[in-house]
Design a protein around this ligand. Sequence first.
Ligand code: HMH
Length: 221
Amino acid sequence: EKKIGMTEAWLRKHRLVYIGATRHPFILSIRDGSINIDSYKTWLAQDYLFVRACVPFLASLLVKAWKESDEDGDMEVILGGVASLEDEISWFKREANKWGISLSDVVPQKPNINYCRLLESLVSPDVEYTVAVTAAWALEVVYQESFAHCIEEGSNTPPELKETCARWGNEAFALYCQSLQKIANRRLQKASDDELKKAEVMLLSVVEHEVEFWNMARANV
Ligand code: HMH
């Protein structure tokens, strides 16, 4: 008998909220090909700023793993995530160029500012490794599940957006998400009730910020 982890239990409990993020109208419009390309461009420009804000967050998670983790392997997983951000930032620059977007002129919008503020709050040493790694897993898995849906059988994603979807929808990224999930589950298994509560609230907060982020892209068409 295989017992399910805490993260799986939480996704079941909060299934509708999670589906609200991973099957958001923005994602469904990519998948069915009806997307307004201006909303894609808004998402791209805003996400570039968000990914830049992920660098100090993931770097701080690396510090927490180094200080607090009971397992050597955690650092390698997180280090891989930090390392992939360099390539990701280069990709955003190329993609923005392709669509005629000047990234130096992008002004962060309110939902993005709020989400980046949440990331920055997680950098604090007062935030436990368990809570921060739950947040990291949640924010990656929403993108993974969302974009994988756009390249599944039967999808009608415009050819010029397939590469974007594959960035987060690919198998290697899914494995990275699974590695983060395993770390989160292991930590949550040993966590105090107080830490468990904080991590669950954090998961919900991340998913809600993801929904607001997709909403922002759709509102600006
Ligand atoms: C808003 N959430 C947002 N942007 C991203 N690039 C990811 C998650 C995944 O890295």
